[in-house]
Design a protein around this ligand. Structure first.
Ligand code: SF4
Length: 164
């Protein structure tokens, strides 16, 4: 016991600092109805962003209690949440998915790769960030962003607009 306590004392705190809050939406979005249906699109991710999305859907964050849910079809979605750099193989599929999402809608680039290509920028197989292919309304930075950070961003989109 004494050895363990000594080791804890010597090692100190190894936790990471809190993530930087996501910047506001680049343009106003009038989705707000108190709920948000999201279609996730993996445009070429390394899958770590997806792991954080899985973590987001655990009971500890419980986005459905805030009216935020993931749907299977873009036709049922208010927003597209795109992860990963856009690979050339996914470029047309991403455009088609955005085209199938009814207006008003928000396109959200989640993770540094979706924002600007991240570590895959310049690859022969990558078109770039999501904004290179379709107009982006909001960004969630990080590699990968933490579930709390993702939830904080989505929560703002799901909030109902104040009535005059
Ligand atoms: S932002 Fe990081 S975690 Fe997300 S797809 Fe890119 S490399 Fe992977």
């Amino acid at each position: 016991m004494h050895k363990i306590l000594l080791k804890i004392f010597r090692t100190g705190n190894l936790t990471e600092p809190l993530p930087v809050p996501a910047p506001p939406l680049e343009k106003p979005c009038s989705l707000a109805r108190g709920s948000l249906s999201i279609r996730h699109v993996d445009a070429g991710s390394c899958n770590a962003c997806e792991l954080e999305l899985h973590a987001l859907n655990q009971s500890i964050y419980s986005p459905e209690t805030l009216g935020i849910r993931f749907v299977a079809s873009p036709r049922h979605a208010d927003a597209l949440l795109v992860t990963g750099p856009v690979t050339l193989a996914m470029k047309e599929a991403l455009k088609a998915t955005a085209g199938a999402t009814p207006n008003p809608r928000a396109i959200i680039a989640m993770g540094d790769c979706a924002i600007n290509g991240g570590v895959f920028r310049g690859s022969y197989a990558v078109a770039g960030g999501v904004a290179e292919v379709i107009a982006v309304d909001g960004q969630i930075p990080g590699c990968p962003p933490a579930p709390g950070q993702i939830l904080a961003f989505l929560e703002r989109l799901a909030l109902p607009e104040p009535h005059p």
